[in-house]
Design a protein around this ligand. Structure first.
Ligand code: SF4
Length: 160
């Protein structure tokens, strides 16, 4: 059993009210092999919501208190992101999952690359807040593209 970003299963939980549906993850959901979570909703943010980016570092820096998550309107939403990560971690521990498949690029779910905090589509190396917290607690995290490649499945999906 693994956690999966809910938007990959077709849940309309993206900031703009859309999703990142890929049929492979719906198949895993139907087979009971994944638990869909949306850390931003778990952290109390509404859908739709203003787009958010990590400012001044990575998800790990946010957890360590040296970077913030800011939305496009300049509002500090760091507490929501940390709370959402804690909720996702709690589910991972309770369900005893053996990893998580999370959406690349997201300030919560991003694995390996995230936006640089300038809202200019520039990417930097690093993980989102939830990914960083899961990794801190020993969980393996894949982004969806790497996971699909490992399984030999076509990676073509709607971009986030
Ligand atoms: Fe929610 Fe993560 Fe998908 Fe963003 S990438 S909508 S936080 S599940």
């Amino acid at each position: 059993m693994k956690l999966v970003s809910a938007c990959l299963c077709g849940v309309n939980c993206k900031y703009n009210g859309g999703n990142n549906l890929h049929p492979y993850f719906v198949e895993l959901l139907v087979m009971g092999e994944v638990i869909p979570v949306c850390p931003e909703q778990l952290g109390g943010l509404t859908t739709p919501r203003s787009a958010c980016e990590i400012s001044g570092g990575t998800g790990l820096d946010v957890i360590e208190g040296v970077a913030l998550v800011i939305n496009r309107n300049g509002m500090n939403v760091t507490k929501n992101f940390v709370r959402g990560a804690e909720e996702a971690l709690s589910i991972a521990i309770r369900a005893d999952v053996d990893g998580a498949i999370l959406k690349r690029g997201s300030p919560s779910c991003g694995t390996g690359t995230i936006h640089d905090g300038t809202f200019t589509h520039k990417m930097i190396a690093g993980d989102g807040v939830t990914t960083a917290m899961l990794k801190q607690h020993g969980f393996q995290v894949w982004n969806e593209e790497d996971y699909l490649r490992e399984k030999g499945v076509c990676t073509s999906i709607e971009s986030s």
